[in-house]
Design a protein around this ligand. Structure first.
Ligand code: NAD
Length: 285
């Protein structure tokens, strides 16, 4: 199957970046969100991000208009899904919500359309069970910020067909991304490895072994990682990390137990960069 147009469901942090990546890759994209404000915010953040590419000399101002022109926003799910060959869902990490959306997508999207979820760690097989086309459902796990990060982790669920997987693999390469194919196991490869790294960084902080700045610096400069675990946690969203670690505990046991410091920050509403406070404070410009 040849994917020519895609829909992205949910225009938050990830949905915005995914829609932008698809448009930058030269394809048209329908962007849907339940919230009008989220859609407006998304278009603004996409424009801001594209202008950063211009500043870096990677895009011209003319192309920004062209790329923005490839993104159409929708307030109606059935309209957003008409005439697309791929739908990528990026709504909050909640299994019931995702299943409910997939049941709707199954009704609205064309029969041949592939349905992908950007879940970081939920069971893709369970999400697929909400549809009558589990063979056309797979995980398409993007990374933040989507327009910059090179990888898409493709998750083959129990019933995912090779055809659907190949079509999404080809599409991912066509928009300039690299892919890996993984089995549908809790946390796949990347969420599991990322959680282990970040949670250990939090435990090191809790044990007072070094300051948060020095923990991040040690990992950045000593291990040559682009970011330290605590700054990375703030970028990912502490609420998201707490949720992910709880799921990983269920699958793999105590080694993914969320540290108290993470729990308390989330309880206080400090979810990282997106709320202005997490392990670090972020001044609003
Ligand atoms: P987010 O909260 O920034 O965005 C979610 C968006 O979904 C919001 O705009 C919200 O209005 C919208 N939404 C809520 N209910 C909806 C509905 N019924 N229909 C349509 N839209 C609805 O969340 P996010 O960080 O973009 O995460 C989205 C998904 O991507 C989650 O599954 C998350 O686990 C996954 N993910 C997140 C990251 C990350 O770094 N944040 C990385 C990879 C994957």
């Amino acid at each position: 199957m040849n994917i020519q147009r895609a829909a992205v469901i949910g225009s938050g942090l990830m949905g915005s970046g995914i829609a932008q990546s698809i448009a930058q890759g030269g394809y048209s994209v329908a962007l849907y969100d339940i919230s009008e404000t989220a859609l407006q915010r998304s278009l603004q953040s996409i424009e801001k991000s594209l202008l950063r590419f211009v500043k870096a000399g990677q895009l011209t101002e003319g192309t920004v208009e062209q790329i923005l022109g490839q993104i159409e926003t929708y307030h109606d799910l059935s309209e957003a899904c008409a005439d697309v060959q791929l739908v990528i869902e990026a709504v909050p990490e909640n299994l019931d919500l995702k299943k409910q959306i997939f049941a709707q997508l199954d009704d609205y999207a064309p029969a041949h359309c592939i349905l992908a979820t950007n879940t970081s760690e939920l069971s893709v097989t369970a999400i697929a069970s909400a549809t009558r086309r589990p063979q056309a459902v797979l995980g398409m796990h993007w990374f933040n910020p989507a327009p910059i990060m090179r990888l898409i982790e493709l998750v083959k669920a129990t019933d995912t067909s090779d055809e659907a997987l190949q079509a999404v693999e080809q599409f991912s390469h066509a928009i300039g991304k690299e892919t890996v194919v993984v089995r549908d196991a809790q946390g796949f490869v990347t969420t599991r490895a990322l959680a282990a790294h970040i949670l250990e960084g939090m435990r090191i902080l809790e044990e007072n072994i070094a300051s948060r700045e020095d923990i991040d610096k040690a990992i950045r400069l000593g291990l040559n990682y682009p970011m330290g675990p605590l700054e990375l946690a703030d970028l990912c969203g502490l609420d998201t990390l707490l949720f992910a670690s709880e799921g990983l505990v269920e699958a793999y046991g105590d080694r993914f137990r969320p540290p108290q410091i993470l729990r308390k920050l989330v309880e206080a509403g400090h979810h990282g960069k997106k709320t202005g406070k997490g392990f670090y404070s972020y001044e609003k410009k």
